[in-house]
Ligand binder design. Structure first.
Ligand code: ADP
Ligand code: MG
Length: 319
């Protein structure tokens, strides 16, 4: 038995072929410890929903694989451990919330009316249980989705942007609910979000995903304390410097210094500074300045998300 609630190995998904191919998820290696609330943070289009659909076996990977509590995704063994709230989850609009859950639990051969009643109360839908889902607001559908995910009392809950469509009070409530699932009920929660503060407030661990790749991961405390370091290097010629450095380190165009021109951001420890400089000098590149900087989760995320001119795009070795 494994300690990991979720494990992915080079999980990848490309939609379409040839020129129109979209690499939605690229060589994703995730390890989510059981009992944690794990945040999967990334801007729109980063690949979060695709990853979740892969974990739920709603789509097949192009290559790579994933495991739920050690069992291959999509197998019976894996599916019985997991409940999910996936973007665009569908309910029958011509049936009530209550009846929708009844259908789901009957399908799963586990019909317990009192459990349905309790769940609807827990997610704050008691008053609307007998209303047609077609008349539900987005927030109410979201709550129903949450109840549906919890129906089979799974060990792992996967929530795709769970606060979408909720008002501020609903968001607060949802956060409390998620913490409770982990702290009081011992569940593992994997949630995706495009909002930094959401992840900060409810998660223990976080992986930041952008353009299909995980670009940073660690404990929220660690990432918030800015333990992740990088070097800013002012160089000329700039493009050659990027090419040479990216053979050994992850590099980005430094957006904060973009106007001054020629700044590369190298993800490297301070001890690696001399090696970075030496590599550049050996290649005949002029180095004007080297600055050590700590990267906070917020700064990192803003850099990633504020992007018409995405600095990470230029750091992608496969571009
Ligand atoms: N079924 C699909 N066919 C083609 N492209 C898709 C499909 N689903 C997602 N994509 C593309 O894959 C990328 C990642 O999408 P998605 O996983 O939905 O991101 P997120 O959930 O982080 O917003 C986007 O570029 C999106 O347009
Ligand atoms: Mg999504």
């Amino acid at each position: 038995m494994t300690d990991f609630a979720i494990q992915t190995k080079r999980l990848s998904k490309t939609f379409g072929k040839g020129k129109k191919a979209v690499e939605a998820v690229i060589d994703l290696d995730l390890e989510v410890q059981a009992g944690q609330v794990f945040g999967f943070l990334g801007p729109n289009g980063a690949g979060k929903t695709t990853t979740i659909r892969l974990l739920m076996d709603l789509i097949r990977p192009t290559h790579g694989e994933s495991f739920i509590f050690g069992e291959k995704a999509g197998t019976r063994g894996a599916l019985q451990h997991v409940g999910a709230l996936v973007e665009g989850a569908d309910f029958y609009p011509f049936m009530t919330g209550w009846d929708n859950l009844a259908v789901l639990s009957r399908t799963a051969n586990d019909y317990q009316p009192e459990r349905i009643e309790n769940l609807l109360t827990e997610v704050g839908l008691a008053e609307h249980a007998r209303k047609l889902v077609g008349e539900y607001s987005t927030g109410m559908k979201q709550r129903l989705g949450l109840a549906a995910a919890l129906l089979g009392d799974p060990d792992l809950l996967i929530f795709d942007e769970p606060t979408n469509g909720l008002d501020p009070a609903g968001i607060q409530e949802m956060r409390g609910f998620i913490r409770d699932l982990a702290e009081r009920h011992g569940k593992t929660v994997f949630l995706s979000s495009h909002m930094l503060n959401e992840v900060e407030q409810v998660c223990d661990q976080v992986a930041i995903i952008n353009r299909g790749r995980v670009i940073e991961q660690g404990s929220v405390a660690q990432l918030l304390s800015g333990d992740s370091a990088y070097l800013r290097v002012q160089v000329d010629p700039f493009e050659s410097a990027m090419d040479i450095l990216r053979e050994r380190w992850p590099v980005d165009r430094d957006a904060t210094a973009a106007k001054e021109g020629g700044w590369v951001r190298v993800t490297a420890n301070p001890e690696e500074g001399p090696a970075v400089i030496q590599t550049l000098v050996k290649a005949g590149i002029r180095v004007y300045q080297v600055i050590h900087q700590k990267r906070s989760l917020e700064e990192f995320f803003i850099t990633v998300t504020n992007s018409d001119d995405d600095p990470l795009q230029n750091g992608d070795p496969n571009d």
